[in-house]
Write a protein that binds this ligand. Structure first.
Ligand SMILES: Cc1ncc(COP(=O)(O)O)c(C=O)c1O
Length: 362
């Protein structure tokens, strides 16, 4: 029955999915606009009540002097690093080898801004304080990504961030936070966003990860920094005449989901325990530190695909729509917990994992 179907097709037919906030469809936009006044004016080239109010709200939430709304995090972060490089007159920054800028942005920072990068730490682990202390070249800025997405959303302990921050301040190195998933890590640290952001000179946050909006980012810092970022936003073509579809949806889903991050975190830990109870499966990290983790299965892609499709068909529960082939006998995929998980009856979740355990053992 399921043999001819691809994994993604089988996944689409499931009644429930364990991860995320639901399908990215038109309904997401409609819901965000449902209670918005028809007469509300749009923003115009970065000005207007709608954008200014949201920027103020986010600056306050992050404990920063000022904030600017950007269409994407990719743009916001390249701009941030460019500003810090210009300030110091050094075109070099440092970040983790698997940072978003290094592996997902087609070298935008290097090609467009001619900024060199130093890769700090080992690919398979977190950047350590030692890596920063051992820097042998001058840099204008150090970027920390919290959580480190490509290694399953791992986090350093809080004291390490404090020490890195103190060191950078003493050395005149700007510290920038890639906080694409900042909201999602606050339950682990038991800190407010403002407390975490207080350790950084500049911060980027995203509205379409745990928050589940359409797209968009905020870049925050002091007045002088955000003023310059507006100029760079224009140069990058990011000053769209109106950004309100993104702003309204970001605001709507921020209000709706910001208080649910603790629940997502607890659910991620529960879900990781279920995966880890299956043979040949290990999650990374073993105990999630945010709402996300990676699942590693030491079976071939073909085997896992066949097993997953059977589980989806039998139980109506979708575990993932894709598998990344690590090598011939191992696959992985990412899980980011959102609203979906709590909408699944617990007995159905149990059944899906029992079925997975049996099939992996056969
Ligand atoms: C850690 C991290 N940084 C930056 C970005 C870039 O965000 P955007 O897609 O808004 O450009 C992403 C997007 O996935 C991300 O995961």
């Amino acid at each position: 029955m399921t043999e001819s179907m691809s994994l993604v097709e089988a996944f689409k037919q499931t009644q429930y999915q364990i991860a995320g906030n639901g399908r990215r469809n038109i309904q997401i936009l409609k819901e965000a606009f449902e209670h918005i006044d028809d007469q509300q004016d749009s923003d115009m080239y970065g000005n207007g009540e709608i954008i200014e109010m949201f920027q103020k709200k986010m600056a306050t939430y992050l404990g920063k002097e000022s904030a600017v709304f950007f269409p994407s995090g990719t743009m916001a972060q390249q701009v941030a690093l460019r500003i810090w490089c210009d300030e110091k007159g050094i075109k070099r920054v440092a970040y983790h080898p698997l940072s978003h800028l290094e592996i997902h942005e087609a070298d935008g920072l290097k090609e467009m801004h001619h900024i060199d990068t130093l890769l700090l730490g080992d690919e398979s682990g977190l950047m350590e304080l030692e890596d920063v202390l051992n820097l042998d070249q001058e840099i204008a800025c150090l970027l920390l990504e919290l959580p480190q997405r490509e290694i399953g959303g791992q986090l350093p302990d809080y004291q390490t961030i404090v020490e890195i921050s103190e060191y950078c301040q003493a050395k005149g190195i700007r510290l920038h936070l890639d906080g694409a998933r900042l909201f999602e890590i606050l339950p682990y640290y038991q800190k407010s966003a403002a407390e975490v952001c207080g350790l950084f000179d500049s911060v980027y946050i995203s509205f379409y990860k745990g928050i589940g909006g359409i797209a968009g980012a905020i870049l925050a810092g002091n007045q002088e920094f955000t003023q310059q970022s507006k100029v760079w936003k224009r140069r990058h073509g990011g000053d769209l005449i109106s950004l309100y579809p993104y702003i309204i949806s970001a605001n709507h889903y921020f209000d709706q989901r910001i208080s649910k991050m603790e629940q997502y975190y607890e659910n991620a830990k529960e879900l990781a325990r279920l995966f880890n109870s299956c043979p040949f499966i290990q999650t990374k990290p073993a105990v999630p530190q945010s709402n996300m983790f990676h699942v590693h299965i030491t079976r071939s892609k073909e085997q896992v695909e066949a097993i997953f499709k059977e589980v989806y068909y039998e139980t109506g529960i979708g575990l993932t729509s894709y598998l990344r082939e690590e090598n011939q006998s191992s696959v992985s995929f990412e899980v980011s917990v959102g609203d979906q998980y709590n909408s699944i009856p617990k007995d159905k979740v149990q059944k899906a994992f029992q079925s997975l355990q049996v099939k992996l053992t056969e």
